[in-house]
Design a protein around this ligand. Structure first.
Ligand code: ATP
Ligand code: MG
Length: 566
């Protein structure tokens, strides 16, 4: 299933400052009129909705301007990286609908090249081996108000530096005893330019290069060189790298190699959500959720399992656009995008979440009939289905009140309502158990109202969903809700774990569904009428006992606040 007409509105609808830069470059004939971007995840966690913004941006620009986008694993830090993350990242990018073709790259594939470019910096007198400890380097670095101090090792000769750097590589020195640093300016107003570290000694096995290396390049050096090697034209990154841009440019200028343009954009922040990989890892490791792909996680695999279709995420990324200033996007907008995307494709079914039995007294005991129900009012082409009706049915317990307030338009004694696609019924009695709990209600139906209208066209205000007691099938609903109870769990003056919503998952195995649901294929999106959108999670689906994840309820708070509601 796809819905591209819906999210590819043409590039004009999504113009932004990055498109303006690219269009100017194309008009000026820069980069031989090529557009080449990359998505550079570090394989130290699963991708989340923030990464989706970057993926849609990088792959989307390449697509719209006839260019290319690489997938590059920024795997320069062996201590936190794993193959499992590499595999999940590939799966998620593909699932989102993007393809890197044969351009799957790894910064670690460039280790040899990075090393020789570092030697080149040494030969140019632009890098030196420094014996200060990490702590001393921090001390010497100075502050925003005070300039830094030069390292006593700063003026080693080129020969000595080259010799020491080669011996660093050869494994002659212990971890942490020496680093290679760029020789820039200890008095620079930009702390990143105060002789940043380029290489460190670290005896850690790498998930790809194993034990080939005991020195590893730092991000700032590896990133710009990797971009350059791949012929990237526009290197898009989030705003926190703005202060690193002078360093990005400095390395490439010294090395005199292809020089992509770094452009920063605002990262996605979402209310009621944490997006820091470290915090997401904490949620997984401490068992607050059942894994990286738990449907409450903002990870792409979690959203997939929750029932968000890929085009709903692309729609969302389109809508939020790309800006230069940080902001927090209301998670209600994401939920709105998923409702909007599912509304058009989700088959409607009737499922009663909290069944209350209704006996239709004047309906013949043995009689059964099939009524016609519309599969999706938004898509007449997918037609209708038959729903069985008989003397005993279930309605939602919350749709009946014995003593209702004046604005209650659902069922109560003496009141008439419409059963969707079936008949008008009027409540004639209530049965209770010894404790006073209502266990059954009785009604009379109007045989003239078949299909939901009467010849005299009398009006009823309420329309209820229902299922036949005899034909319905039991179903388990996983009722997922937001994982956090406060809008900014990361900004509160307390640990984000204190704001986990204890009701973020409720399991309801009392649900009764119309028989159609039995034949649902795993991976199907359904709308349970009046209840919400649900997803047949392929990981634990069986036709005998269907389990559905609640993707989102039907209550659209975004439509309400933005005035777009009906
Ligand atoms: P960290 O570097 O702390 O591990 P990260 O979130 O930056 O975490 P990366 O794997 O480095 O993770 O991110 C890959 C790409 O996705 C980067 O280009 C980064 O800028 C982008 N990205 C990450 N988080 C967001 C976000 N919330 N919004 C937009 N882009 C993001
Ligand atoms: Mg990063």
């Amino acid at each position: 299933m796809n819905n591209d007409s819906n999210d590819r509105k043409g590039k004009n609808a999504r113009s932004n400052f990055i498109r303006a830069i690219i269009e100017k470059d194309l008009a000026d004939g820069k980069n031989n009129k090529n557009v080449h971007t990359r998505f550079p995840p570090e394989p130290n966690g699963y991708l989340h909705i923030g990464h989706a913004k970057s993926i849609c941006l990088n792959f989307g620009l390449a697509k719209d301007y006839g260019g290319k986008c690489n997938l590059r694993f920024d795997d320069t830090n062996p201590s936190k990286e794993e193959q499992e993350y590499v595999d999940s990242i590939k799966e998620d990018v593909h699932w989102l609908g993007y393809d890197w073709e044969d351009r799957e790259f790894y910064a670690s594939d460039y280790f040899e090249r990075l090393y020789s470019l570092a030697e080149k910096l040494v030969e140019l007198g632009k890098a030196y081996v420094c014996d200060l400890s990490a702590e001393q380097i921090r001390e010497y670095r100075g502050t925003l108000k005070e300039p830094g101090r030069e390292s006593p090792y700063r003026n080693r000769s080129i020969e000595e530096n080259l010799d020491l750097f080669r011996r660093m590589r050869a494994g002659e020195f212990p971890d942490g005893s020496k680093v290679l640093r760029a020789k820039i300016d200890m008095a620079s107003g930009n702390l990143n330019m105060r002789d940043p570290v380029i290489y460190r000694i670290m005896r850690k096995s790498h998930h790809r290069t194993k034990d080939d290396w005991c020195i590893y390049p730092m991000y700032d050096f590896a990133h710009c060189v990797s971009d350059s090697i791949e012929g990237i034209t526009h290197s898009l990154c989030t705003l926190e790298f703005e202060d690193h841009r002078p360093l990005y440019d400095w390395f490439l200028e010294q090395l005199d190699v292809h020089h992509p343009q770094q452009i920063e954009f605002a990262r996605l922040n979402l209310s009621y959500t944490v997006l820091s990989k470290r915090k997401l890892l904490t949620l997984v490791e401490e068992g607050f959720v059942q894994g990286w792909n738990d449907p409450r996680m903002p990870t792409i695999s979690g959203l997939r399992k929750r029932g968000y279709p890929p085009w709903s995420i692309r729609n969302f990324c389109d809508r939020i656009g790309v800006a230069k200033a940080d902001s927090v996007v209301d998670v209600a907008l994401l939920e709105h995008a998923v409702r909007e995307s599912l509304n058009k494709v989700a088959q409607r079914v009737m499922v009663v979440m909290d069944p209350l039995k209704v006996v239709v007294e004047n309906y013949p005991k043995e009689k059964e009939e099939e009524l016609e129900a519309i599969n999706n009012p938004e898509d007449p082409e997918i037609g209708t289905r038959k729903v069985p009706f008989c003397r005993e049915i279930y309605i939602e317990r919350s749709d009946f009140l014995e003593d209702p307030p004046s604005k209650f338009f659902r069922l109560s004694p003496g009141k008439e309502v419409r059963l969707r696609y079936a008949y008008y019924i009027t409540c004639t009695g209530v049965k209770k158990d010894d404790s006073g709990r209502i266990i059954e209600i009785t009604c009379r139906y109007d045989p003239e109202s078949r299909g939901g209208t009467t010849p005299d066209k009398r009006k009823v205000k309420g329309t209820l969903h229902w299922v036949s007691a005899k034909h319905s099938v039991p179903l388990t609903a996983m009722l997922y809700d937001r994982l956090f109870t406060v809008p900014s769990p990361e900004k509160e003056n307390s640990d984000f774990r204190n704001f986990i919503n204890p009701e973020s998952l409720r399991v309801n195995n009392k649900c009764m569904a119309e028989p159609f649901v039995k034949n649902t294929a795993p991976g199907t999106f359904l709308q349970f009428e009046r209840v919400g959108y649900f997803f047949a999670d392929p990981d634990n689906y069986s036709h005998e006992k269907p389990i559905f994840n609640r993707t989102v309820t039907l209550r659209d708070t975004w439509a309400r606040i933005s005035g777009r509601g009906k």
